[in-house]
Design a protein around this ligand. Structure first.
Ligand SMILES: Cc1cc2nc3c(=O)[nH]c(=O)nc-3n(C[C@H](O)[C@H](O)[C@H](O)COP(=O)(O)OP(=O)(O)OC[C@H]3O[C@@H](n4cnc5c(N)ncnc54)[C@H](O)[C@@H]3O)c2cc1C
Length: 313
């Protein structure tokens, strides 16, 4: 009979999941990490990471995740490649995890590390030039654009704040928004509008991104149909992120209006024995380092929960 019950199941194998896997394996918890694709998560699409400590010369996203996976494997992290399609969290008894092959696992505690994905603007060239001038993270990639011209797509808080942040590096930032004004809060708007290094193109969208090996220009289409071409070396898209929450009981987890899961400082959700870590959590900052930090805390919380569970008659 294949094993179907675990003390701890970890949903997702990005930075948060692999850190949870490392901690769980080192703590010798009876655990299983379930990842639907290649382990590594969003970082696999990140060309270069300069802000993860321990790598003074930076490291490629792929190499960083390979190292995280190898470190977890050294402690015999137990993992499978399967998609979790349903999670049930009954008031009493084990948590139930439904997999895409129709099978069902149960666990005493669960750490949700299913991450999120940046919304794309859908312009031709966006996917091809991802990591080659196209980015979804100003904090991560801004320093690569020193002295260059970058385009920011979006008009909400993130777009306005990141445009402001990018002026620390870029010579010029052009924010392109489909409306005639920013949707950001007043104070954020004022700061962006007053920044002399930010130019605005209103009532328009980026309809194509051009470049052979790297971004060279964007095509801008106005709401009136006028088309123009703008030379730029970077395109930062800030039109929201979508949590990977399919199959999760969002009401039970009291997910926020955007589908992200609130956690406390111990990475615990409102459901006993269920923790969440990384980009799936309701929070402002989504970086590799805090995904890993959340996950380490989550496993320690899981251990405490399991110990108390053993003591409960
Ligand atoms: C282009 C880009 C560049 C970035 N650059 C940097 C950077 O330089 N520095 C930095 O600190 N941060 C960077 N970030 C942010 C960083 O990638 C994220 O904060 C980090 O990956 C979050 O880790 P995570 O484990 O929470 O989620 P993810 O990396 O999203 O991993 C989640 C994993 O869960 C899996 N999963 C989801 N649903 C299921 C399911 N139902 N069943 C099974 N598996 C599932 C997914 O396949 C995925 O592998 C960047 C992000 C992007 C998009």
């Amino acid at each position: 009979m294949p094993k179907t019950h675990y003390e701890l199941i970890i949903l997702g194998g990005g930075p948060a999941g692999l850190t949870a896997g490392l901690y769980a394996a080192r703590a010798r918890l009876d655990h299983l990490l379930i990842e639907k694709g290649a382990t590594g998560g969003q970082v696999l699409n990140t060309h270069w990471v300069d802000n993860y400590p321990g790598f003074p010369d930076g490291i490629s996203g792929y190499d960083l995740m390979e190292k995280m996976a190898a470190q977890a494997a050294r402690f015999e992290m137990n993992s499978i490649i399967r998609e979790v399609v349903r999670v049930e969290l009954p008031e009493h008894g084990p948590k139930i995890i439904g997999l895409d092959d129709g099978s069902r696992l149960t666990c005493d505690s669960l750490i949700i590390c299913s991450g999120a994905r940046a919304n794309s603007c859908g312009a031709p060239g966006e996917t091809k030039l991802l990591g080659k001038g196209v980015s979804y993270c100003g904090t991560c990639d801004g320093p690569f654009f020193r002295g260059l011209h970058v385009v920011v797509v979006g008009g909400g808080n993130t777009a306005a704040q990141e445009a402001d942040h990018l002026t620390k590096f870029a010579e010029k930032v052009t924010l392109i928004h489909r409306r005639d004004s920013l949707r950001a809060t007043k104070v954020v708007q004022e700061k962006a509008l007053a920044n002399p290094k930010i130019g605005f193109i209103w009532n328009s969208r980026v309809s194509a991104i051009f470049g052979d090996k790297e971004v060279e220009a964007v095509e801008v289409t106005g709401n009136d149909g006028a088309v123009s071409r703008l030379a730029a070396q970077g395109v930062f898209v800030f039109i929201g992120i979508t949590p990977n929450n399919a199959g999760l009981p969002l009401d039970r987890l009291k997910a926020d209006e955007n589908g992200f899961i609130p956690v406390d400082v111990e990475s615990c959700t409102c459901v006993p024995g269920v923790m969440a870590a990384g980009d799936i959590c309701a929070k402002e900052t989504r970086q590799i380092i805090n995904a890993c930090g959340d996950a380490a805390v989550a496993v320690l919380s899981a251990e405490r929960y399991l110990m108390n569970l053993e003591r409960t008659p």
